[in-house]
Design a binder for this molecule. Structure first.
Ligand SMILES: Nc1ncnc2c1ncn2[C@@H]1O[C@H](COP(=O)(O)O)[C@@H](OP(=O)(O)O)[C@H]1O
Ligand SMILES: [Mg+2]
Length: 275
């Protein structure tokens, strides 16, 4: 294989990709799921081009972003969009509808086949003047062949582990979560992608996801919409609500967990902070 072959394969994949058309009259939940699934399918093809490392990460981020922007402009032309990979158009702050998308969450893990802890996030916020909330969301996890969304929220299985399992970043776990785990008798489950970690709670692969130290609205919007729809607890680590479509898109910490774990986790943070 010559060096330019992966680039040629990428160009063929991107130009040849056909997402099809959404079913007529599809509602916002269904559209979010359709969009996330389509971008996930494209990313799966991008991952098979032979690109590696940074070239693969950049190709995935760019291809998924371009596809989502094109499809949103086509199917929801009046709506604002906030994407990790795009310029932040502040028109979203005066729009009553803003899509918040992370075209490829867990970019690092995407570039490490066959890891499956990466995802596509598509969420919709509705409101006015910064007062509003998430109304729909979808998280595609192509490595699992599944898209989790608010149109058909899955049933969270009975908890299979008596000892709580806390999902944390595999590359930058917050230090306080180790102390938290010791205090509540939990074990840590390191994993990439904020979406994959929230979905691990939905799937009973973990019981909580605790993060602090940095993150943006797109990292958590769609996963949090799904987590709320299935009845999980979602908040900042100080217990206050997660707020989206804000002027400042930094949203550096969160707790998503089975409802019975919220109080022990939040009580630990009240007592010890996150430093
Ligand atoms: N301290 C931090 N500052 C900024 N972003 C962070 C962060 N920790 C995690 N993230 C973002 O949250 C997502 C999940 O991270 P992790 O896998 O470490 O848990 C990643 O999104 P992207 O892959 O979309 O960049 C990552 O960039
Ligand atoms: Mg992300």
């Amino acid at each position: 294989m010559t060096d330019h072959e992966p680039e040629q394969a990428l160009s063929d994949v991107v130009s040849g990709f056909d997402p099809g058309t959404p079913a007529p009259g599809l509602d916002d939940h269904g559209l979010a799921a359709w969009l996330a699934t389509a971008a996930g399918d494209l990313l799966t093809q991008v991952r098979a081009t032979g690109l590696e490392g940074k070239a693969l990460k950049d190709a995935g981020d760019g291809a998924a972003h371009d596809l989502l922007m094109r499809l949103l402009a086509e199917h929801r032309p009046g709506d604002a969009v906030l994407s990790e990979e795009g310029k932040d158009d502040k028109v979203r702050l005066t729009s009553s509808r803003a899509w918040i998308v992370d075209p490829l969450d867990g970019t690092r893990e995407f570039s490490e086949p066959p890891r499956e802890d990466w995802a596509v996030h598509v969420a919709l916020w509705e409101g006015h003047d910064g007062e509003g909330d998430l109304v729909a969301g979808a998280v595609a996890q192509p490595g699992l062949g599944r898209t989790f969304h608010t149109g058909e929220p899955p049933v969270v299985p009975e908890r299979t582990s008596e000892r709580p399992r806390i999902a944390v970043s595999r590359t930058r776990p917050p230090a306080f979560v180790q102390a938290l785990a010791e205090e509540i008798g939990a074990e840590l489950v390191p994993m990439g992608s904020a979406g994959a970690k929230v979905i691990s709670v939905v799937r009973d692969v973990s019981d909580a996801y605790v993060h602090a130290g940095g993150q943006y609205e797109w990292d958590s919007a769609a996963p949090v919409a799904v987590a709320r729809a299935v009845g999980l607890h979602t908040s900042r680590v100080d217990g206050s609500p997660l707020r989206y479509n804000q002027d400042e898109v930094l949203l550096p910490d969160l707790v998503v967990c089975r409802p019975e774990l919220a109080e022990p986790i939040l009580a630990f943070v009240r007592r010890h902070g996150t430093e």
